[in-house]
Design a protein around this ligand. Sequence first.
Ligand SMILES: N=C(N)NCCCC(=O)O
Ligand SMILES: [Zn+2]
Ligand SMILES: [Zn+2]
Length: 344
Amino acid sequence: MDQPDRPYDDAHAAAAFLEPPRVSPGGPVDATVVPRYAGDGTFARLERLDRLPQADTVIWGVPFDSGVSYRPSARFGPQHVRQSSRLLRPYNPALAVAPFERRLVADAGDLGVNPFDLGEAIAGIEEAATALAGTGRTLVTLGGDHTVALPLLRVQHAQHGPVAVLHFDAHLDTWDTYFGAPYTHGTPFRRASEEGLVDLGHSVHVGIRGPLYSKLDLDESEQLGFTAVHARDFVRHPVDDVVDRVRARLGDRPVYVSVDIDVLDPAHAPGTGTPEAGGLTSRELLEVLRGLDGLNLVGADVVEVSPAYDHAELTGIAAAHVVYELLSVLPTAPPRTGAARRAG
Ligand SMILES: N=C(N)NCCCC(=O)O
Ligand SMILES: [Zn+2]
Ligand SMILES: [Zn+2]
């Protein structure tokens, strides 16, 4: 057998594993040096929070699906989205930004959530999100089913007061109860509104479609503070018009973005628990997200990715790109020096 040009260098390989080269300080592992399918499976191959505690933006997973009304498996969502994020590259040409340079982003791993006790799970998510957010970190949460939005909104409210909620979803999620249960994935925004977490009059659903329980559902959602851009509005109006509508509604308020991946058509995101025909394309959703540039975004979640129903990572890849576009439109963090970024 031919000799390799260079002998296998054990020490070098170990160093690359422990301290892999990154495209920028605290940025993703350089895929031109360490193949993107190798190494830690953090989101976008970013640094772990315990190794980058000065991060201003945290991606974390909440593997929880005990609130679902139909297909389970969103508890496997966070790991699936991370796995599907390995191909993301450091520069976003659509917005002319390098999201991991304008923000120092780390992956905090997954929360251990109680799958058997919803009350304890919701309290645990709120407690962990409060600790992670600390005194000013932005949280981007990978769900989990949509139940998790309630404790996340409580944390936002504690920091900002009522927030304008920009909710991408096929479903209103402002229903009251299922089987008498108030905390489910179909009810988080009614609970949030009742608790005073939602900026009434400045919140909006995007992508609503499919059969409802009653024609009152839409009226009630409106009373709870949400206007609706329906999926069918995308048929007659260009994306830019939708963006204008959404921006006018949100104004300069603190905005929390909650993306239920079932806002996408099942052709674009089959891996989800309550799919509805006639949804947005990935291209439409990503373009609306890019249109949020310059708004006062304070946090976000991407939920309802259910890998058991996914094919060819379609849903995971869509969700990873949603996270990437969200990171790209977060307000720029206070500038940091290279030395400060490397410290810790
Ligand atoms: N949040 C999501 N994905 N779905 C809610 C659907 C509630 C229902 O089964 O009617
Ligand atoms: Zn939904
Ligand atoms: Zn939902």
